[in-house]
Ligand binder design. Structure first.
Ligand SMILES: [Zn+2]
Length: 232
C-alpha cells in the first residue's frame, strides 16, 4: 500500500464530502426558506391587519352616529311638539340640535372616507393574494427540482462516506492522527502532490532520497511545509 497515495485519496474524499455537505445545507436552506413567498405572505398579512383595524374604526364611527342620533331625537321631538315656549330655551335647543346634526354629518363623512380606504385595501389584498398563489405554484416546481438535487447530494455523500470508511480502515491510527493534525493546520490540505520534483503545497524542491521514499509508498513529509507528500 502506498501511504501517501492513500492519504491523498482520503484528502480528496474529505474535501469532496465537505463541498457536498455545504451544497446540501444550501439546498436544505432553500427548501425551507422561500423569501419571495414569505415576503408576499407577510405583506398580505399586513394589509389584512390594516383592513381589520379600518373595520373597527368604521364600526366605531357608525356607533358614534347612532349615539348622536339618539341624542338629537328627543330634542327634535320636543321642538316639533311645541311644548317649549320660552324663546331663549327654544333657541338654545335649536342650536344644540344643529350642532348635533353637524356632528352626525362629520361622522358620516368619516365613514364614507373609510369605505373608500376599505375598497383600496380590498384590491391591494386581492393583488397580494394573487402574488402568493403564483409564487406558491412556481415554488411547487422549484421544490421538486430542489428535492431531486437534495436526494442526489445525499446519495453522493453516503457513497463518499462509505469509501472514506474503507480507506480509514486501511490506515494506521498514528498516520491518521498526523493527517488530521495537518488538516487542521493547513486548512484541509494535509497532503501535497509532488509534481516536477516539487511539493505542490509550498513549491519547494524535494530531495531525491525523499522522492524515492515517497515513490516507495513510505510516509514522507515535506521539509518545508510539513505536508505529507504523495506521488500521483
Ligand atoms: Zn511543501
Amino acid at each position: 500500500m502506498n501511504l501517501g497515495r492513500r492519504l491523498c485519496e482520503l484528502q480528496e474524499l474529505d474535501l469532496r464530502i465537505e463541498k457536498t455537505s455545504e451544497t446540501l445545507s444550501r439546498v436544505d436552506h432553500q427548501l425551507n426558506h422561500n423569501e419571495a413567498l414569505e415576503k408576499a405572505k407577510s405583506d398580505l398579512e399586513a394589509i389584512q391587519k390594516d383592513q381589520a383595524a379600518l373595520q373597527q374604526k368604521q364600526r366605531d364611527a357608525e356607533h358614534a352616529v347612532d349615539d348622536i342620533q339618539a341624542k338629537v331625537k328627543p330634542i327634535q321631538q320636543k321642538l316639533f311638539a311645541g311644548s317649549v315656549s320660552n324663546p331663549k330655551e327654544l333657541g338654545a335647543m335649536q342650536q344644540q340640535a344643529n350642532q348635533l346634526k353637524k356632528n352626525i354629518r362629520e361622522e358620516e363623512d368619516k365613514v364614507l372616507e373609510m369605505m373608500g380606504q376599505a375598497e383600496a385595501l380590498q384590491s391591494a389584498a386581492a393583488a397580494r393574494a394573487a402574488d402568493v398563489n403564483k409564487i406558491e405554484r412556481d415554488w411547487a416546481d422549484k421544490r421538486t427540482q430542489l428535492q431531486a438535487e437534495q436526494a442526489d447530494l445525499m446519495a453522493a455523500l453516503e457513497s463518499d462516506r462509505k469509501m472514506k470508511d474503507e480507506i480509514l480502515s486501511q490506515i494506521d491510527p498514528d498516520h491518521l492522527r498526523l493527517y488530521e493534525k495537518l488538516r487542521r493546520q493547513k486548512q484541509g490540505n494535509a497532503v501535497a502532490k509532488i509534481a516536477q520534483g516539487r511539493c505542490q503545497g509550498c513549491k519547494i524542491t524535494i530531495p531525491v532520497s525523499e522522492l524515492s521514499q515517497a515513490r516507495a509508498g513510505e510516509l514522507v513529509q515535506c521539509g518545508s511545509c510539513s505536508r505529507v507528500l504523495c506521488v500521483p
